[in-house]
Design a binder for this molecule. Structure first.
Ligand code: NDP
Length: 362
């Protein structure tokens, strides 16, 4: 029997109020089951929304972890090592020591160990795994894939053309900066202003160091002179801004849309400000801006093979050193670590202006 601990919840609600660390045991795997030991699982904004009950993909509530009332394990992304297998995973080519990532959302990754079926996971073959750290493998599926597809699938940008994005220092935003740079695209990046100007300047420099061409604050974006500045950046509009990636919504998103060239594409993928997106009718009628939404989970479900290729491509760039890690706040989850410590880290994720993304490292 494998002893396991998991961050679980019985009811939806505020994460610190509903999460608890639950201990249980996992029986030796048989048939189509395998036992996983988690290596790294990030805390993504969507995980928080899922615990709050406001995320469209729901986790599985089960009594199989030994509770009278059904509970769900939190977390959607992560990488785990196969430590024991039943007959079916063996037949499918899995072996002890393999690394697997989750096949889709809802599995529950904030846990030390889990019992999984073949269809729950995707095996990283030896070539994909080479030179890749657990944290890199455990965070490749969501943020980098989202940035990658949004830059590729809505409009064909030619080298030297611009995209603009807000939430530029998010995991997705940093991935977009780096991928765009490699593909010869130029980027205008919007971050939230910091009270501490030194911190703001440091962040601007950090983003430029990974390939951002222009970094401005949301206040600068909404200032009078922004149109003139945009003309300067884009060589008088000769290098048009044909794509916008929107993580935030609210006024700053509308201001971003105003900088787009006619017939450009505006893709919304996040809702960090919790404000609605307001679009002036003229933008639709006279400028013919195309507004889209993107959800990587739905895309991956529809295009499983492309998902694998995208992951492989990002891991390849990571291995070569051309795709750098986002800053992480690594949270050591040892066997003795107290539930309160882990839960307080989840709570920290709800605050903005963070230095790095939380990731549980086991
Ligand atoms: P990170 O945790 O890496 O970063 C969070 C970002 O949100 C930071 O840029 C932060 O800026 C900003 N932010 C936090 N609070 C606010 C606020 N109140 N108003 C405006 N901005 C805020 O995030 P991820 O990259 O993992 O995710 C970013 C967004 O993208 C989330 O909404 C997430 O759900 C969504 N997402 C969507 C996907 C999809 O398929 N549609 C896939 C992946 C992510 P600051 O430093 O200024 O606080």
């Amino acid at each position: 029997y494998e002893q396991a601990k998991a961050l679980t919840f019985q009811d939806y609600g505020d994460p610190p109020a509903v999460l608890s660390l639950h201990g249980h045991s996992i029986s030796p795997p048989h048939g189509d089951l395998m036992t996983l030991r988690f290596l790294a699982s990030p805390i993504n904004p969507a995980d928080i929304n899922q615990i709050q009950g406001v995320y469209p993909s729901k986790p599985t509530f089960t009594t199989s972890l030994g509770t009278a009332k059904p509970i769900a394990v939190a977390g959607n992304e992560g990488v785990a090592e196969v430590i024991a297998l039943g007959s079916k995973p063996k037949e499918a080519g899995f072996k002890k020591g393999d690394w697997v990532i989750m096949n889709g959302p809802g599995f529950g990754t904030w846990r030390t160990h889990a019992s999984a079926r073949v269809e729950d996971v995707v095996r990283l073959d030896d070539a994909m795994r080479e030179g890749i750290s657990a944290v890199q493998a455990g965070t490749v599926s969501i943020n980098p894939c989202t940035a990658y597809r949004m830059l590729r699938d809505f409009v064909h940008l030619k080298e030297g053309e611009f995209f603009i994005q807000n939430g530029a220092n998010s995991g997705v935003g940093r991935a977009a900066i780096q991928l765009g740079k490699q593909w010869g695209l130029k980027s205008i990046n919007v971050i939230r202003s910091r009270d501490d100007t030194t911190a703001e300047d440091r962040l601007k420099k950090e983003l430029k160091d990974i390939g951002a061409d222009v970094v401005i604050t949301d206040a600068e974006l909404q200032s009078q002179g922004v149109k003139d500045m945009a003309k300067e950046w884009t060589n008088g509009g000769r290098a048009p801004i044909r794509l916008a990636l929107n993580c935030v919504n609210g006024k700053a998103a509308t201001a971003m849309a105003k900088l787009l060239a006619s017939e450009a594409h505006f893709v919304t993928y996040g809702a960090m400000s919790k404000q609605p997106l307001t679009i002036p009718a003229s933008m639709l009628i006279f400028k013919d801006i195309h507004f889209h939404g993107f959800w990587v989970s739905k895309w991956a479900q529809r295009h499983p093979e492309d998902k694998k290729k995208t992951v492989a491509d990002v891991l390849d760039m990571t291995r070569k050193g051309t795709f750098k890690d986002t800053p992480f706040d690594k949270i050591a989850w040892e066997w003795e670590t107290k539930g309160e410590e882990l839960i307080s880290k989840v709570k920290d994720t709800l605050e903005g202006y963070r230095e790095g993304k939380g990731v549980f490292v086991f």
